[in-house]
Design a protein around this ligand. Sequence first.
Ligand code: PMT
Length: 408
Amino acid sequence: MLTGKNITIGVTGGIAVYKAAQLVSNLAVSGAAVRVMMTESAREFVTPLTFQTLSGRQVYTDLFARPAGGAVQHIDLAASSDLVLLAPATANIIGKIACGIADDLISTVVMATSCPIIICPAMNVNMYNNRVVQRNLASLRGLGYHFVEPGVGRLACGAEGRGRLADLELIMDKINFILANEKDLQGLSVMVTAGPTVEPVDPVRYLTNRSSGKMGYAVADAAARRGARVVLISGPVELKPPAGVEVIPVQTAAEMHAAVLERFSSVDVVVMSAAVADYRPKTAATQKIKKHGETLTIELEKNPDILAELGRIKKHQLLVGFAAETEDLVKNAQKKVSAKNLELLVANDVTLPGAGFGTDTNIAKLVFPDGRLISLPKMDKLALAHTILNEVPVLRRGGKVNHIVPLS
Ligand code: PMT
């Protein structure tokens, strides 16, 4: 699978550098063209000759080296990579990337490339748990960087805990997963809904829910990275739109309904991850409602069920819904997948820690109309987004295979 792929590895200074040598060897054996960049600190542990011998290529160490032919080295490395992998990635390089600092070869390549980047942190447990490092990791996750989390065990410094470079097998799995997904949605038009809707009660109050939009934005981001043309119909959220995605902001369920229907005939796939309000106030007061009695009754009326309507009118479109449940997850999800005439339903029990509203991770079950059910482990929302999208080409072919569960 890696034959012909250009993988550029940034090796930074930590004791796990010796494991990176084995990783380079494994990648070279898999057929990838591996280029290694080393920081000065990494060269304190292992000499470039080790990596040169294992990769069969020159090792890059100097930001200002001028290759023959006048190319600008970091731009050339960035542009010609299918994947950049940082292993081991120290707290220092993670901090630099998170802060937008580009002052050496590896950080400039990371900044200049548009290919996927996998970061494999490795450091002392206290450094790893440091709140600044955790904040940097969270911020990079939010920006779509991929991670292979460090393992737990005895560290080279003698401490016990999380911080060891992840097993090389896990890193290889992640590389294969990401490269396998490359551009497989090219030519498809995908509509994603995300976030909550807000339903006005009066000029200062509204009904809404806890959706942050993270799940839907991850789906839109993943679909765009895989080559799809993506339109994201988004309720009000505080997220940066993913690169290359057309965003249509909406407020109410009625607006989301109109925006979705307007574009439905021109899309191939719809992923409805938005938490759409089922009911809205029957009339929104034009003036602020005054405090009078001990109770206040607001009459609600039903919003349109957008997804159910798409299920009724769909032609070639593939429909993926979500179900946010607090009980009887599978039973309720199975009812929804057939009631809404979906090809796939992603069911999440929003009461579980690390699942549902507002979290960076989710725990989901994929429910198919033919009764198949896949229980996924807890994974970050981008990894779940990719797992959902893995099903799209298969479902479009009418097939029933392919269940790669990514290691996040
Ligand atoms: O945004 P995050 O903070 O990341 O949280 C993610 C999430 C919990 C919102 C997401 O994972 C999720 O579960 N989204 C669906 C929420 C929901 O509205 O579920 P539901 O079971 O009520 O609806 C079932 C499906 O019908 C959903 O695809 C929903 O978008 C759709 N629907 C619901 C009501 C309605 N009036 N119209 C709809 O189209």
